[in-house]
Design a protein around this ligand. Structure first.
Ligand code: PLP
Length: 814
């Protein structure tokens, strides 16, 4: 891409406010953290319900970015950059993408449907890339933001595009259609997902079909409901299991243990096709691919030889713990230029270590001659401050000298035999390779080996939940997030990093040690320590943590040290006891506290807080209100007498939901961030964050009359299939969850726990479940969820979450 900024004025219908209209743009960004932002980046400052990228513009200018699309010019930036002022920056991004798309004429396959879009896209890419330079949407970039970003990556070397479009409500598809302008349409299927956004199925179909309004052909599973909406200029190219009149009639399926043979007629002839899947969804997705190949006039032999190589699509960029304290970012199934850029951004956002290594295979289908391609890759590597590149493949080996610190191997096997010599420690490692290189073997080598139980943390769900609660806050109300007890068991540092990125105002921890480990991990946000022991005051000061002071004794002790160290205005937080009776100044000690603080310059009252005992319980609504009233009274008095304006805060998660009018200046979000609510209705609106998973170690069948486990506490009354799972009470599974009370989920079915939970293992009933040793087991997550388990065990979700032992490995993913 090379566009002169002044030309964007008319493309975007923008107002110009700038210093250099001749500046050239060669890439687009919406991500303020990306190290790929440069002088030639055009940055679109998107505005979300809770996040406004205009806040980052000043920093970006300092880092050399010079061109922005904005709704207004932020203060003090007027003379230092070019601004294109528009009404809506997202609409402008879409307009820009539509303009950019119009510069290219090659065929574009547009995919939509309720399920299977990403899989069909990835498979088509695999099937067609031997013959085309394909540009496709990376991962599942199919939204109002994702589609423009995908399209903007087209360049003059591509000759086929594959883009997916996803919508969740009316009026979205029209916008995506003008950006993608598909010439070939593929409707994968119409299921029931996302129905909320549409009045009914009819409307959903009609909206999805808008993507194909100008297409020359539409591929779909034959149905009259769809055909009503095919426009006159579009040719129908349909398939069916039932209707002989479809262009492709699949009249028989033979399902064997690992493959399916399809028998179909096309243009009067019969054919057979074997595909390596047996489930219904994969079969339908494979037929969508078959249709595209037929439309492109591939011979049946070529179709067979390519389709038998189809593979399951793993779409997640996973962050894993590695050997020797490394962090691994596993993207071991694709290697094109565009997805490399995205993976590098993820590496950067992880930001765990200074030292960064990229293990990279040959890159395919860029369309560029290799010299040019690897020069561009080298440039990316430099801007992302990568210390070392390990190239694997014959082509990247030839271009070794393009990179400054690069070792190469011709094959993955050669890398593996040299593995011991390559020192990997205390660094972040991105593993990025085309499927044929089988980099999963490298991931296995580098991954830290513990037992097979993991707690998977969905970082996107955390962002989602944060935004859910932020949307309940009045303007200007700040947010402190509680990350005590290792982020409620979910992982302290990783979550703190994410929260720092989201610019929350404060973090809260229980003890000084927790705060110190966050500061050592590079967290810069202010951190309040709820329960600082006086022995930790020195460390608190040294690490710049902020203590909660809750008694006269604590106040005297802290002031003494503050004076010795000659501190000036060191921030402290005053905790009031308004009825919880846990920690805090009682009403009758407030006057003395005020007298002590009056005139003191060693410390500054940064905030005044209190904590509610019953914010989640409507039965004690009046009591909760009385706490708020007393808090308001005491904190007002302190403010008046000391003539200060500290941050005031009292609400925790349930408080945010139940007392929206008393947010004061800040709220303290805890359990809600981790996807748990004390309210059943609200629970439905949050996303599940943690999934505790394990595998089946062994399966056996026992006859009626035999028993399972210690104390023979389960007696089989019929022949029973028993699976053993390597997780027990030492991992934090309550013993009370055993003996028929609790269950785990295997293949989406309930498997009841048989007998007592052991220290490191438990046994479940899989008599009715078709499963094998090594299969995945869900201990908790979507089902059963933590709230359900807590209720059955007569406890609260907090206890379930924080009981999961530290020996269970945490894996973070987006
Ligand atoms: C833990 C804690 C919170 C957060 O409570 P949630 O119910 O998890 O939202 C807030 N304030 C204080 C003082 C806490 O100890």
């Amino acid at each position: 891409m090379s566009i002169i900024i002044k030309n964007c004025i008319s493309i975007l219908d923008a107002k110009w406010f700038g210093i250099n209209p001749e500046a050239t743009i060669d890439n687009i960004s919406i991500d303020s953290r990306s190290l790929q932002n440069s002088t030639h980046t055009l940055f679109f400052a998107l505005v979300g319900p809770n996040n406004d990228a205009h806040h980052y513009i000043k920093d970006l200018i300092e880092n050399g970015v010079k061109n922005f699309v904005v709704t207004h010019v932020p203060p003090n930036c007027e003379d230092s950059a070019n601004f294109l002022i528009v009404e809506n920056t997202l609409a402008a991004l879409q307009q820009f993408a539509a303009y950019y798309r119009s510069l290219f004429e090659f065929p574009i396959i547009g995919l939509t449907g309720s399920n299977g879009k990403t899989i069909v896209k990835e498979w088509l890419n695999f099937l067609l890339s031997p013959d085309y330079n394909v540009i496709r949407s990376p991962k599942s970039y199919n939204s109002q933001v994702g589609v423009p970003l995908s399209v903007i990556a087209i360049n003059e070397k591509h000759n086929l595009g594959i883009f997916e479009a996803g919508i969740s409500t009316v009026s979205e598809m029209d916008k995506l259609e003008t950006i993608i302008k598909p010439t070939i349409g593929v409707l994968t299927n119409i299921g029931s997902s996302h129905d909320e956004g549409f009045a009914d199925l009819e409307e959903k179909i009609q909206q999805k079909m808008l993507l194909f309004q100008d297409a020359e052909v539409l591929i779909y599973q034959k149905s009259a409901q769809i055909e009503k909406h095919i426009s006159a200029k579009t040719k129908a190219f349909s398939w069916s299991f039932k209707d002989e009149n479809a262009n492709v009639f699949v009249f028989k399926k033979e399902i064997a243990s690992h493959e399916t043979t399809l028998f179909y007629t096309y243009k009067g002839n019969s054919y057979e096709l074997k595909i390596p899947f047996i489930d219904k969804a994969s079969i339908e997705n494979a037929i969508s691919c078959l249709m595209v190949l037929l439309y492109f006039d591939y011979e049946s032999d070529a179709i067979q030889s390519r389709m038998e190589m189809l593979f399951p699509v793993e779409m997640r960029l996973e962050v894993k713990n590695g050997i020797n304290n490394c962090t691994i970012i596993d993207d071991s199934y694709s290697s094109d230029f565009q997805s490399l850029k995205i993976a590098l951004d993820v590496l950067e956002s992880q930001n765990q270590f200074q030292k960064k290594t990229v293990i990279l295979s040959d890159i395919f289908q860029s369309g560029f001659p290799n010299e040019q391609l690897y020069a561009k890759v080298a440039q990316l590597i430099v801007s992302n401050k990568i210390n070392r590149v390990i190239g694997i493949g014959t082509t990247i080996s030839e271009f070794k000298d393009t990179f400054s610190n690069c070792i190469t191997f011709k094959t993955t096997a050669e890398f593996i035999s040299n593995f011991e010599k390559l020192d990997f420690s205390n660094e972040s490692i991105l593993i990025k390779g085309a499927r044929s290189f089988q980099f999963e073997e490298i991931v296995t080598l580098l991954e830290e080996k513990t037992h097979e139980t993991v707690l998977e943390i969905n970082l996107n769900a955390i962002s989602y939940n944060l935004n859910f609660f932020k949307s309940k806050l009045k303007p200007k109300v700040k947010i402190m997030v509680m990350v005590k007890a290792f982020g409620y068991g979910n992982g302290g540092l990783e979550i703190a990093k994410l929260l720092e990125h989201h610019k929350v105002d404060y973090l809260g921890v229980a003890f000084a040690d927790e705060g110190i480990s966050l500061k050592n991990g590079g967290i810069k946000l202010p951190i309040m320590v709820l329960n600082p022991e006086s022995t930790s005051f020195s460390a608190i000061i040294q690490y710049g943590l902020e203590p909660e002071i809750y008694s006269l004794k604590g106040l005297h002790a802290f002031l003494k040290i503050a004076k010795q160290k000659n501190l000036s205005h060191f921030p402290i937080h005053i905790k009031l006891d308004t009825g919880m009776h846990r920690l805090g100044f009682e009403e009758n000690t407030v006057d003395e506290m005020i007298a002590i603080l009056k005139g003191n310059t060693n410390v500054r009252v940064q905030s005044i807080l209190s904590h509610m005992a019953t914010s989640d319980d409507s039965k004690y609504y009046d009591f909760a209100l009385s706490q708020i009233v007393l808090y308001d009274k005491l904190s007002s008095k302190i403010m008046t007498e000391l003539e200060i304006h500290p941050i005031r805060h009292i609400l925790n998660t349930s408080g945010i939901s139940n007392f929206p009018d008393t947010q004061f200046d800040m709220v303290r979000l805890g359990i809600g961030l981790y996807g748990v609510s004390n309210d059943a209705e609200e629970q439905k609106k949050l996303e599940n964050v943690g999934t505790l998973k394990s595998i089946i170690s062994q399966i056996r069948t026992i006859p009626a009359g035999d028993s399972v486990g210690y104390g023979r506490r389960f007696m089989a009354d019929k022949q029973t299939k028993v699976a053993t799972i390597p997780i027990g009470y030492a991992d934090g599974i309550a013993r009370a969850w055993g003996n028929g009370v609790g269950y785990v989920t295997i293949k989406e079915q309930k498997a009841t726990i048989l007998g007592s939970v052991c220290m490191d293992m438990l046994m479940v009933d899989v008599t009715e479940i078709d499963c094998a040793e090594g299969d995945e087991v869900i201990i908790f997550g979507e089902n059963p969820n933590v709230s359900f388990i807590a209720e059955k065990l007569n406890t609260i979700p907090y206890e379930i979450l924080t009981s999961i032992s530290q020996r269970v490995k945490r894996v973070f993913y987006r």
